[in-house]
Design a protein around this ligand. Sequence first.
Ligand code: FES
Length: 407
Amino acid sequence: MISQVVLSLLLLIFTVGGIGIVLCQVNIAWQSWRGAQRNKQQLTALSNAQPLSLKVIARQELTERHFSVRLQRVNNKTLTHFLPGQYLTLMVENQSMKGSLVKGVQKRCYSLASWQENTDSYELAIQREVNGQVSTWLHSNLQIGTIIKALPPKGSFVIEPKQVRHIVLVAGGIGITPLRAMVHQFIAEIANDSSAKKTISLFYSAKTANEMCYFAEFTQLAQQYSFFTFYTFLSKPENANSELNWQGTIGRISAEQLTQKLELAENSHQSSKEKFIDKTTCHYYMCGPNAMMDDLKHGLIQQGISEANINFERFGVNIDTIGDEKFTIKLGENVCIEFRKQRTLLDAIQEQGIEIESECRTGECGQCKIKLQQGRVKQLIASDAYLNDGEILTCCSVPISDLVIEI
Ligand code: FES
């Protein structure tokens, strides 16, 4: 009798457990199907976007290798609305670039660098990249009066200021651009509401003081608004003498330094800044080199900050990661190319005049995917783009063996 009861109980447990497992698998399959549908919808939306014709109405040199431009729609048409943190995709015809073997149009994404409620122009800040054919072309050719095509603003790296009380922005190098637009947005919001009791802290790291864009503007804003604090870091100061009067920190930015500085602001009785900012209630928005963001994210999580409060925008592959190996890449039946010292697989393929769709170059849009038949690659950036079995993203992958690719 007892053994019958035990058997019945066991049967019940296995049945319920089995149903649980099946439901769990159904849920996983449902989530993955929904993810795939979302990605497909996003890709369709991207490919349907109509390019805008934009005219350069102002240009300013920010540093030796950074410049900014203001762009207006030709014929004074209304600008497509955007949110701080979003980006424009500039489209450059390859035939206008001397020596370019890439067919068609090259696209590059640049964050919108300023914001105001009713703006009549877009502002971009562009960095001339080492061996960057497109950024070099833009640097030489985007002069007042130049007309350039761009896809309308997009991107999900945005803040809803009303929902955030303490905001911490962390920029590395040219990653300052989307964060500058957020500073403008947040200051406008708080300045209109004196009861808001909100704070904004900007941490900005550059290699040298000469490479720091908008330094004077942020310094002036921090003097003007007590709720805005500006911290600076130099990771590779060139010349101790020329940077002798540097008031900021020398060295790489770390999660410990970041939270220490927030805590110092909390504890300073002289400070007019808001006291008692709890680092775990802050929302962190970061844009900079991938290694810097990965380190900061890891360090912040270790200090008890919820991953949900950490947001970041990646930009292209860090040039420091380029290796020296040589690999053979077979594309379809008849084409064989060599990979050596290119930044990514996408660069290597496009340099051979082979057309391959691409846009974001940060593993977001999924347009550059191809099917790998043989060989192995290293993916340099984590991506949420939906991939079928065997597919890889060429914009953020490098080979680690010879490859055979389906074209
Ligand atoms: S170009 Fe967008 S994911 Fe590669």
